[in-house]
Design a protein around this ligand. Structure first.
Ligand code: NAP
Ligand code: MG
Length: 493
């Protein structure tokens, strides 16, 4: 591929101004298969000079390139073509995603299909950006124009690499912005493969640039650069706070999606089988490396013991395995760093609560960053395992007395990304929905996410919304145009 191939381990460059370019320093960083711990690619590490080059390209493309006059219809068509490329190459992309993240291949296939759907959705939305007429009292016409915010810096995590890229790129391009995307250092490969099609589908040079490298260097340089108008970030709250501070110097627009410690609440009257499934699915899908993971499982005391028992029995059936095997339901964690981090929480959890299942490394794997699906129970909501985002297959089960107690515990967290409630009582369901402070509340389900509906957090889970028309809105400015219809002079002086 044009990204540069060598025998064995492939080397990838940065994609700037429509070309594959080496990093100014010439340094490369390794990318791993977390199931084998082997290096599968080498990627050019970008520094401030590379970021500056990318920003200049994005700036020029926005200010004076052909993109500036590309119609909404044509932007939409380009997005549809990107979706088509994704669909045509979905098997290959899913395999790369699977190898690079360690997620099960079946899940990677869903992710890649969602990527295509995201580009299709925003391809359609590009022509539905409407201004309005404002009913001002003057003899005048006041109306609004919606215009792209400019150059967008987009920094994404490693848990859903190409999907997170799609959530950022698709609305930005629909709006008419230009982009500098920085994938997570662990998982840049699918975004880089994707860039191979940019020119072919008609994206002019400089409209999308992909910069690889470390967050502290390449990411920080994007956030600090005065040529960038907006930062869209998904990742940890710690880095989110750094970004807000740095972006303050140039008063960039910032949107943040920062994960959480989401409650999954089960009442006695909920469907039993669906509940046990939903509790496990909510926290263990994608190895628990999910920003909206239902990592606090709140269970009504009347069913609590039986619930922990049933979850434990069913969790024994979760098939850990090689990510490319189709029966695999849980792969390794993404990196050694994440494995160490999650392992330290497993040790902490053994001191803070009781272990129903798991708590360590599965015996059957000689290699790979695997951890056992782990259920801690009798967890107090003040414990660190109930307060801190672990981002691995680790559940904390917490008992509650009644509806008011469930709501109190659920909201007792600095985060507010997601929540779920399981009950057959419609009154109770909606009372709880209204009381929960979270950007999404599922009723009798957890995790389905669709491009048509908004996504984002309350409290320290961030601000701004992705997906749906809300996601497009974040890439638009609003300009008021006032047209005087009264020909008499103002006559003030
Ligand atoms: P992270 O450190 O927040 O990284 C997310 C992205 O930000 C990566 O591209 C990262 O680059 C970049 N970054 C890091 N420091 C930066 C800085 N100073 N300025 C600008 N960009 C910077 O998250 P992580 O290391 O991937 O994972 C750590 C924890 O974050 C996880 O355990 C989890 O709790 C949370 N997390 C949340 C989500 C979510 O969806 N909300 C996703 C992933 C992780 P690098 O590639 O160099 O890291
Ligand atoms: Mg990192």
């Amino acid at each position: 591929m044009s990204s540069g191939a060598t025998a064995g381990v492939r080397t990838y460059k940065n994609y700037v101004n429509g070309e594959w370019v080496d990093g100014a320093s010439g340094e490369l960083f390794p990318v791993y298969d977390p199931s084998t711990e082997e290096v599968i690619a080498q990627v050019a590490a970008a520094g401030a000079a590379d970021v500056d080059r990318a920003v200049k390209a994005a700036r020029a493309a926005f200010d004076s390139g052909p993109w500036a006059t590309t119609s909404a219809q044509d932007r939409g068509r380009i997005l549809f073509k990107l979706a088509e490329k994704i669909r045509q190459n979905s098997a290959q992309l899913a395999e790369i995603e699977c190898r690079n993240t360690g997620k099960p291949i079946v899940e990677a296939e869903y992710d890649i299909a969602d990527v295509a759907t995201c580009f299709e959705y925003y391809g359609g939305l590009a022509t539905k950006v409407l201004g309005c007429v404002n009913p001002v009292p003057a003899n005048a016409l006041s109306f609004t124009l919606r215009e792209p915010v400019g150059v967008a810096g987009q920094i994404i995590p490693w848990n859903y690499p190409l999907l997170m890229a799609a959530w950022k790129l698709a609305p930005a391009l629909a709006a008419g912005c230009t982009c500098i995307l920085k994938p997570a250092e662990q998982t840049p490969l699918t975004a880089l493969e994707f860039a191979n099609w940019f020119a072919e589908v008609g994206l002019p040079p400089g409209v999308v640039n992909i910069i690889n490298g470390l967050g502290e260097i390449a990411g920080a340089a994007i956030v600090a650069h005065p040529g960038v108008d907006k930062i869209a970030f998904t990742g940890s709250a710690v880095v989110g706070k750094l970004i807000v501070k740095s972006a303050a110097d140039t008063l960039k627009r910032v949107t943040l999606e920062l994960g959480g410690k989401s409650p999954n609440i089960f009442f006695t009257d909920a469907d039993w089988e669906a509940s046990i499934d939903g509790a496990l699915f909510g926290v263990f899908i994608n190895q628990g490396e999910v920003c909206s993971a239902g990592s606090r499982i709140l269970v009504e005391k009347k069913i609590y013991s039986k619930f922990v028992e049933a979850m434990t029995e069913k969790a024994k059936r979760i098939k850990l395995g090689a990510p490319l095997e189709r029966e695999t339901k849980m792969g390794p964690l993404v990196s050694k760093e994440q494995y160490d981090r999650v392992s330290s929480y497993l040790e902490l959890g053994k001191k803070e609560a009781k272990v129903a299942i798991g708590g360590g490394r599965p015996k059957q794997f000689g290699k790979g960053y695997y951890v056992e699906p782990t259920i801690f129970y009798d967890v107090d909501n003040s414990a660190r395992i109930a307060r801190e985002e672990i981002f691995g297959p680790v559940a904390s089960v917490i008992p509650f007395d009644d509806e008011a107690d469930a709501i109190r515990i659920a909201n007792d967290t600095p985060y507010g990304l997601a929540a779920a409630v399981w009950t057959r009582d419609i009154y109770k369901a909606f009372r709880v929905v209204k009381a929960l402070r979270a950007g999404i509340v599922w009723v009798n389900h957890m995790q389905p996410t669709y491009v048509e509906a908004p996504w984002g957090g309350y409290k320290q889970s961030g601000f701004g919304r992705e997906l749906g028309p809300w996601g497009l809105e974040e890439y638009l400015e609003t300009k008021q145009v006032f047209v005087n219809l009264d020909e008499t002079p103002i006559g003030w002086y």
